[in-house]
Design a protein around this ligand. Structure first.
Ligand code: F6P
Length: 462
């Protein structure tokens, strides 16, 4: 087998030894897979430049080469802010109300995928395995095939796949899915998203579908669709948990909350994460159990994201208002029930916060997987574990049924789950933790990478 070529919108460019690990679980695992296969990681530099010369900037470190291109202001607007994040993202998260359909951004999306293909194709040799990531780059495999590539090419979707009835609202939906059927292997986070994809292929395209093997055959070509639930970088996260930064972060949280139980949420500031609904559930808890207001402090960490997209600016404004209202009505001079923080923290600090917080609140309205749920459990003290409250609509709920599973749309459901978590006896907390920890530890991101790459290497070409 040749090299592994990973292609994604964002690339974690390693700066020094160990730096890749500090960039998050997926980046760390992909770097380790790339090291094993002497690979290349290609994508957008994150920079804007109006130079049209497709210049690739490369860096090599520890057996991994990263190769990046800049995008023009128009490309970023149409491809990243437009089609990827104002059309595909809301639609794939079941938010038809927020989905924008603009012909120009669709063209920009295709143009940038073409540009990625033009730039990366010369780096790919005959025996290389090519692994494309996420909704930004769905048509890339087909574009690479048009360059004459006969390599094994796989694709992994990190977000949900919508039901057929929603998906057909996308203009040219058929064209998009036909490009997916140029891959050899297509991976989804859960069996549910895979099932929706197979349903679309059979009902809308008339493809021959084998539910068991995931083989989808159309026009004489077979693509395999399988589920590969992503996990966390267990070893790296545990080692971060042993650092002084983790201990200090935990201490800081404990000393500032004193006798009250800390409940924590950590999410990119995105409407799919169910943050306003979460605050409504907390307000309902305070209303229904007024005697418990002083038992709880909720810490929401929400680093802003995709701020050039309207719907993201709106959700930020809505949250600021809601948090302000809840606090205004219930704070005392020495007590604020909700701490709302718009910044990110390192993995070590998050480990410390998760361990100190006796309730973890992960309540997305829709999520491909949700690794915060797994990190929360990974950070717990086995002798005195906290309780995870988890949305039934996160992919992670299928693997973690022993969490307190809630409907994030129901404030009552959330309010009762918070009370149950606050009052849960130690033996019950331990039982739930023991039932969940093995999947978090063993189904980790290294396993996920190995499973996908080995299936791709062994998949028969269509
Ligand atoms: O999980 C979906 C995803 O788009 C990833 O591809 C990305 O790393 C993450 O969300 C953050 O989004 P963005 O790259 O738009 O900041």
């Amino acid at each position: 087998m040749g090299k592994l070529i990973v292609i994604s919108n964002r690339v974690a460019v390693p700066k020094a030894r160990g730096a890749a690990g500090a960039q998050g679980g997926l980046a760390g695992a992909l770097n380790s897979a790339l090291r094993d296969h002497k690979g290349i990681w290609f994508g957008w530099s994150g920079e804007e430049s109006d130079d049209e010369d497709n210049e690739i900037s490369t860096q090599s470190h520890d057996g991994v080469t990263t190769a990046t291109i800049d995008l023009s202001n128009r490309d970023i607007d149409e491809y990243y802010n437009g089609y990827a994040n104002a059309t595909l993202w809301p639609l794939f998260h079941f938010r038809l109300d927020l989905t924008e359909y603009e012909r120009e951004t669709g063209k920009g999306y295709e143009r940038v995928n073409e540009r990625f293909a033009d730039s990366v194709a010369p780096l790919i040799e005959e025996d290389d395995l090519v692994w494309v990531h996420d909704y930004h780059l769905i048509p890339l495999g087909e574009r690479l095939r048009s360059h004459g590539l006969k390599n094994r090419i796989g694709f992994f979707l990190h977000i949900p796949w919508p039901p057929t009835r929603l998906f057909v609202s996308l203009p040219y939906h058929e064209r998009l899915v036909r490009t997916m059927l140029q891959y050899d292997l297509v991976g989804f986070q859960t069996v549910d998203w895979r099932e929706s994809f197979l349903h679309y292929c059979s009902e809308e395209l008339g493809a021959e579908v084998d539910e068991e093997t995931g083989a989808v055959t159309l026009d004489g070509w077979t693509t395999y669709a399988r589920a590969y639930p992503i996990g966390i970088d267990w070893d790296h996260f545990q080692s971060e948990g042993e650092t002084g930064d983790a201990r200090q972060a935990g201490q800081r949280l404990l000393s500032s909350t004193r006798r009250r139980t800390a409940m924590i949420g950590v999410d990119r500031l995105d409407y799919s994460k169910g943050l306003p609904e979460r605050l409504d559930g907390i307000a309902r808890f305070f209303d229904q159990f007024p005697e418990r207001v002083s038992d709880l402090v909720f810490i929401q960490i929400a680093p802003p994201s995709r701020e050039d997209v309207d719907s993201y600016r709106q959700i930020r404004a809505e949250l600021e208002q809601k948090a302000g209202q809840i606090n205004g009505a219930r704070s005392e001079v020495d007590m604020v029930p909700i701490r709302y923080v718009n910044r990110g923290y390192s993995h070590a600090e998050l480990f410390g916060f998760f361990r100190a917080a006796k309730i973890g609140l992960v309540t997305p309205l829709r999520d491909g997987m949700n690794l915060v749920a797994k990190e929360y459990i990974a950070a717990q003290d086995p002798l005195d574990p906290g309780v995870l409250i988890l949305s039934q609509f996160a992919g992670a709920a299928l693997q973690m049924p022993e969490s307190l599973i809630v409907n994030p749309h129901s404030p009552d459901d959330l309010a009762y789950a918070i009370r149950t978590a606050l009052d849960m006896p130690l033996a019950e907390r331990q039982r739930r933790y023991e039932a969940t920890i093995a999947t978090v530890r063993d189904d980790n991101v290294k396993q996920w990478t190995d499973d996908f790459v080995s299936d791709l290497a062994n998949t028969g070409l269509g």
